[in-house]
Design a protein around this ligand. Structure first.
Ligand code: DX5
Ligand code: ZN
Length: 221
């Protein structure tokens, strides 16, 4: 099992002062920055692109930037995010015509590759590509918006993917995204996740360090 990573989703940050928000959340104990990219096509919302990623790097952000692409098509935007300073790039198989090719494309640009499974996407999609991946991201809400409730069936899915990863013997991260809070993160960790995205639970709280601390304590129990 890998070390615990808390990856605040900046979707719930104050975009008017994004650099400052990211600095504050990293100082508060966050490990990564989760960067949600939505295109109003694959998902019904529109957010931020490579220019904002590059701006965060220029601002001095050195933490890993975990880019979650909710865009279709995927391939065209991969080189731009690699150039903009992305560390990991994850995408949805439904949004790529050739999943294996997209994984190789991400890696050829020097980034780590992740595949994202929506709540209704079967785990079978991992069977022939798992060993190529650096991370599997399981959605515990339908993609498009922050602040939704955790879908309980994600726990059983986590257990299944945890088994697949362990059987592979590879060091592949298992990330969960959607509705993660300090009061459910313990059972999510017990089901097998090691990497936790949380947007509203962190950025809507008055004290980021307090929530992140409580999340890390709950995972360690
Ligand atoms: C949803 C995004 C999530 C979202 C999580 O499409 O991928 O990263 O920001 O937000 P919370 O933690 O509020 O559910
Ligand atoms: Zn996300």
């Amino acid at each position: 099992m890998q070390s615990t990573v808390i990856a605040p989703s900046i979707l719930s940050a104050n975009f008017a002062r994004l650099g400052e928000e990211v600095d504050t959340v990293i100082k508060a104990g966050a490990d990564w920055v989760h960067f949600d990219v939505m295109d109003n096509h694959y998902v019904p919302n529109l957010t931020i692109g490579p220019m904002v990623c590059e701006a965060l790097r220029k601002h001095g952000v050195t933490a890993p930037i975990d880019v979650h692409l909710m865009v279709e098509p995927v391939d065209r935007i991969v080189p731009d995010f690699a150039k903009a300073g992305a560390t990991l790039i994850s995408f949805h198989p439904e949004a790529s015509a050739h999943v294996h090719r997209t994984i190789q494309l991400i890696k050829s640009h020097g980034c780590q590759a992740g595949l994202v499974l929506n709540p209704a996407t079967p785990v079978d999609v991992l069977e022939w590509v798992l060993e190529e991946l650096d991370m599997v991201l399981l959605m515990s809400v339908n993609p498009g918006f922050g602040g939704q409730s955790f879908i309980p069936s994600a726990l059983e899915k986590l257990r299944r993917v945890r088994q697949m990863i362990d059987r592979s013997g590879k060091s592949i991260r298992l990330e969960i995204d959607g509705g993660v809070k300090a009061d459910n993160i313990g059972e999510i960790a017990a089901a097998g996740a090691d990497t936790f995205v949380a947007g509203s639970a962190i950025f809507n709280a008055p004290d980021y360090a307090d929530v992140i601390g409580r999340m890390k304590d709950a995972v360690a129990k």
